[in-house]
Write a protein that binds this ligand. Structure first.
Ligand code: TXA
Ligand code: MG
Length: 328
């Protein structure tokens, strides 16, 4: 059994820094243990990013392929400087503008970050989460915290602590249980390790906001590049099959009318199929519920998940990216 901590996130960072449970969880991280914790995007599974053995434990607990690198979470700029080789003036202005944020930057790594964390790459993914519990935990641990999403490999990222318990109870030292994740989909990943900056994974921080810092920004919406088995993934999700519910996910185009939607539902039902309908027009709300809805549809044994497409803003792009992957 993992130790479960219940911590309310509506406390200040200063209060949380003194919280008995945060201090105990931070000790576990420093000692090479695994602690799942909430962030503003999804729950993460954390370990000391300077400790190669702790890094290996993350892969084992999740059943994650060892060539899929982890994101290193930091709580302040001094810590960030220990993780990366150099912070260029351009990177500095980006960091000052956005961090803490649902934004992960790929930069050249420092020698202090072991290969086990970056899957042998010479770059490292770094993020400062915008969440008081995550920040207090990392700050109290005093070391950067490597953390992938806190789900078993092949399951959707957990946005509620019950899913973390379902996937990882008994496989990790502790789970910090708190409120639901505010955003609901994983961070934007921006590669700034080479001259041309590139969005590798869309998220809540969209290309519109980022272009102010880099007019030449590369962003291929809906890119479906595939990697050979032997290649190291440069962009997340390029090589590994993303989570797909057992139910078949079908997207109903934005242009279709309400009546088309009803017809489609009825047609499936007349074939004796159970149809789970997700029709949320607000892209932010859809992002917040999508992974939970996928899990629920499977729990309840639905055959088809019908999702109405959202359009019109950066968050729509980001959430449709996850839904399209699930529909493939
Ligand atoms: O919102 C998030 O980013 C959450 C929370 C916990 O922070 N974390 C998360 O981690 O989504 P994970 O492991 O599920 O996804 C991290 C992705 C991986 O798909 C990996 O390929 C990519 O980040 N990644 C990590 N290091 C990389 C690197 N050096 N170069 C390119 N991609 C990298
Ligand atoms: Mg993940």
């Amino acid at each position: 059994m993992s130790k479960l901590f219940q911590i309310d996130e509506s406390q200040s960072f200063e209060e949380l820094l003194k919280h008995r449970d945060i201090l105990e969880a931070a000790d576990m991280i420093r000692a090479g243990g695994l602690v799942a914790f909430p962030t503003e995007t999804v729950y993460g599974l954390g370990a000391n990013a300077f400790d190669p053995e702790a890094g290996k434990k993350i892969y084992a607990a999740k059943g994650r392929p060892s060539d899929n690198p982890l994101i290193v979470h930091v709580s302040n700029l001094q810590m960030l400087e220990q993780v990366v080789r150099r912070v260029s003036p351009e990177a500095k202005s980006l960091i000052e503008r956005f961090f803490p944020a649902p934004l992960t930057l790929i930069m050249k790594k420092s020698s202090r970050i072991p290969q086990e964390i970056t899957a042998g790459l010479d770059t490292v993914a770094i993020r400062m989460p915008d969440h008081p519990i995550a920040l207090a935990l990392i700050e109290a641990a005093g070391v950067p915290v490597a953390a992938p999403s806190a789900n078993l490999s092949g399951k959707p990222s957990p946005t509620h602590y019950q899913y973390v318990i379902e996937d990882l109870n008994g496989r990790v030292d502790a789970i910090i249980c708190s409120q639901d994740s505010k955003i609901g989909i994983e961070s934007t990943i921006l590669d700034i390790s080479e001259e041309k900056w590139k969005i590798l994974r869309p998220g809540a921080i969209g290309p519109g906001e980022l272009k102010a810092f880099c007019p030449e920004l590369i962003y291929e919406a809906n890119s479906s590049e595939k990697l050979e088995e032997s290649e190291i993934p440069k962009a997340p999700g390029m090589k590994y099959r993303h989570y797909s519910p057992n139910a078949k996910v079908q997207i109903l185009s934005y242009d279709k009318k309400e009546t088309d939607f009803d017809l489609m539902v009825k047609s499936y039902q007349s074939q004796g199929l159970k149809v789970y309908v997700i029709q949320e027009k607000d892209s932010k709300k859809l992002a917040k519920i999508i992974f939970k809805e996928f899990r629920r549809a499977d729990e309840l044994g639905y055959d088809i998940i019908l999702v109405k497409e959202v359009r019109g803003d950066d968050m729509s792009e980001a959430v449709m990216n996850r839904i399209r992957k699930a529909a493939n």
